[in-house]
Design a protein around this ligand. Structure first.
Ligand SMILES: Cc1cc2nc3c(=O)[nH]c(=O)nc-3n(C[C@H](O)[C@H](O)[C@H](O)COP(=O)(O)O)c2cc1C
Length: 351
């Protein structure tokens, strides 16, 4: 059965939105340039940079600007900023002018304490006059269409995605991305797809659904349940860029393919190389660990393989271990659910 997203109004500034279905979420500590490029190879149509603080872009140094390094990036790419001060947010948007990106996204979903205590991220869902000021300030300064990523609300008692969505639509965003949890939920429980369906129903612009899609089947299920225009993948892509291939198969109405263990090892080795080229040794070797933890999950011998990989800080050794593992054939027996998603760790307590 073909997917049946709701017919929507496409902003003429972003004609490509009509065919946009598969997006990579912004994820701090994850969606750096090498990972976005890798996901593109497997069929993601638009990647988002890790969020960058507006104040960090203004006053910070190289590290913050590195988060939004999109120079010569191929394909569609979004930059996301967060902050609580319309002046800072507008100034950051101005500084980003001329930089390679297709939309400038505003983070109204981050549940992390360090962000909400300064009234940024999801805290803005509880202060709509300030949220509006921020959107207006950024729209004046940015040379790109401005989009927004929200949660369902601050907590169960103040679920207000309808109000927020209608406000954003009125302000002129080309789309709204919605993660179907409240801030209070953080990553607990399930994303509420009924809320996403409801937002799709009441808005004329596209809604991009987000939360708990982990494979082709759950992608199909989210679109069937909500009729959202596109789906944004977060945790399901960590260590699994193949998820976009499975989604593409659904979009093209063909069966998904089984990814072999040798291919996982080969792509992991390629990713080590990309990260080291981007960050240097040994930082590149550390940065791939979250992906390596995930990509071998479920295979027999995965724990031993990870231990060997994590025991070295040299990319050459990591690549040799991966090549050796890949050549040993396919430990096809899967011993746990490869797609289950644990809570993000405390270091990743961001949204
Ligand atoms: C490690 C990590 C970092 C994240 N960083 C961001 C971020 O920078 N900006 C953002 O809007 N959301 C961020 N998120 C939230 C995801 O984009 C996404 O909304 C959330 O994980 C739910 O989608 P999922 O179920 O597909 O993971 C982050 C999530 C994780 C796990």
């Amino acid at each position: 059965m073909p997917l049946d997203p709701k017919p929507v109004r496409i902003d003429p500034r972003v004609p490509w939105l009509k065919d946009l279905r598969r997006l990579l979420s912004p994820m701090s500590g994850v969606t750096d340039r090498p990972f976005r490029d890798l996901c593109r190879r497997f069929g993601v149509q638009m990647g988002f940079c890790e969020f960058a603080s507006a104040a960090g872009l203004m006053y910070g140094g190289e590290a913050t600007w590195r988060l939004v390094d999109t120079d010569d990036e191929e394909g569609l790419v979004g930059i996301q900023i967060f902050g609580s001060d319309p002046v800072h947010m507008g100034a950051a948007a101005r500084m980003l002018r001329g930089k390679r990106h297709d939309v400038l996204d505003l983070n109204f979903g981050c549940p992390a304490k360090k962000v909400v205590k300064r009234c940024g991220g999801s805290a803005l869902l509880a202060d709509l006059p300030m949220l509006e000021k921020i959107v207006r300030a950024v729209m004046v300064e940015s040379d790109k269409p401005v989009t927004a990523k929200i949660r369902a609300g601050w907590d169960e008692e103040s679920v207000n995605y309808r109000e927020v969505g209608l406000l954003l639509q009125e302000l002129g965003v080309p789309w709204v991305t919605m993660h179907g949890r409240t801030r209070a939920q953080k990553y607990r429980g399930q994303a509420n797809w009924d809320h996403i369906a409801d937002l799709v129903e009441i808005l004329d612009i596209p809604v991009i659904g987000n939360g708990d899609v982990v494979d082709g089947d759950s992608y199909r299920a989210m679109v069937a349940h909500t009729r959202c225009h596109a789906v944004m993948i977060g945790r399901g892509a960590i260590g699994n860029p193949w998820i976009f291939d499975s989604m593409r198969a659904v979009d093209e109405g063909r069966p998904g393919r089984l990814v072999g263990f040798a291919e996982i090892c080969e792509v992991a080795a390629e990713y080590v190389q990309r990260e080291v080229a981007w960050r240097g040794e040994p930082r590149g070797c550390f940065s791939v660990r979250k992906h390596l933890t995930r990509c071998f999950r479920g295979y027999r011998g995965a724990a031993g393989l990870r231990r060997r990989l994590f025991a070295t800080e040299k990319s050459e050794e990591m690549i040799a271990i991966l090549e050796e593992a890949g050549a040993q054939g396919d430990p096809r027996e899967v011993i746990e659910d490869r797609n289950s998603m644990e809570q993000p760790g405390s270091q990743a307590e961001v949204d």
